[in-house]
Design a protein around this ligand. Sequence first.
Ligand SMILES: C=C(O[C@H]1C=CC=C(C(=O)O)[C@@H]1O)C(=O)O
Length: 445
Amino acid sequence: MEPLRGDETTVGETTVVARGCRLDDAPVRAVLETDARPRFFWAAGTESIAARGSAATVTADGQSRFDDVRTAVEALFADCSVPDDLPSVARPRAFGGFAFHNGTHEGEDSPWDGFPSAAFFLPEIQVTRRDDDAWLTTVATGPEAATEAETLLEEWRDRLVADSERNPGTPPGISHRKRTPTQDGWREQVAAATESIDRGELQKVVLAQSLSATLDAELSVPDVMARLSKTYPDCYRFMLSPDSGGTFFGATPERLVSVRGRTVRTEALAGSTGRGDTPAEDEWLAAELLDSEKDRHEQKLVADAIRDQLKPFASTVRIGDRTVRRLATVQHLRTSITAELDDDEHVLSLVEALHPTPAVGGLPPDAALRTIRETEAFDRGWYAAPIGWVDAAGNGTFAVGIRSAVATEREATLFAGAGIVADSDPDREWDEVQLKYRPILDELE
Ligand SMILES: C=C(O[C@H]1C=CC=C(C(=O)O)[C@@H]1O)C(=O)O
């Protein structure tokens, strides 16, 4: 065994050891270009992270899944020995997410086979880039953890230096597609939902569609991630391949929540319109959206619900002005929401409190979730659910997994939804859903 360094005086009791070093560059693709599982990629703002291999995995199911994950992840980090001089950006994080609904889906041939109700992993290899800084972090477990983490560090430092820029490829093409539901079926679903709203059983429900595509060539999700960094640079770009099954990926504009110390940031994003062909048309559409009573109502329900969901944690919740969030193919109404926590809270407690917001579920929550389950003929899986990371201090960021798909090499299933309120028009909502497929569809066809 190699000589122990610094923090390893406690290695006798420690089962998890992390090591880290600075890199000249962070070729995150090199970490993803393998068959290694699990794999995770995350890019938000000026930070991107690629992770692979599991030093430890946490899965959970049922009503208590958020709590169970939080307890297990906290225990894992409590046992983890990290060099004192490793900066926070390079400290190990646990990456993962949740299924939209509680409970596993047992359906045959589901694209979600291999995706538990909740799954997180502490990666063996984590490469982080923030602004011009790049870091490699390795984690190992067991009696030889310190030696193994150092060996991994040396091995991967050499591997990553040797990596060069890659061509991000081209979309594979689509030979066959199947929509669920059909447009007629959708009209019936939306009519049934608006009738429930008229009867006072619901205020809002977000109904989704799925689009299964057979691909002409093998799909490289790391390539898709590289291309999405050009088209959706301001979105959360993510990909997760669990131990088995397909890969879930997307470019979502919606943050569920981030926690740094006692500061909480979230947002209410709802109400949509398209992009214009000219800047003037864009402005006109944005003004129309800001003026639309139906969209303002749809978005206000989300902002009010988030404020109420945060109330037990924070005496003051600040809601910003309503603005228009403009993306490559669609525009949304948005308000930023910030709060200072009254006490220290783990990010997963906030995730549990907020998921699902009425931007992807509805109101009242239970009636909306029941309507979604009874209406949608497919499993949402991890679509519209929290995906992100958590660190040893309980900080973390989670995005809402929309504008997303789950794919194997030759099949991709895309998901997109629309908020249905009293005066929703089924055909306009249909068109809106088609716009929301675009970020991923454009990368496939
Ligand atoms: C449910 C989705 O979008 C949500 C987020 C923004 C705007 C939405 C809307 O206008 O309906 C949805 O609430 C989706 O993209 O699948």
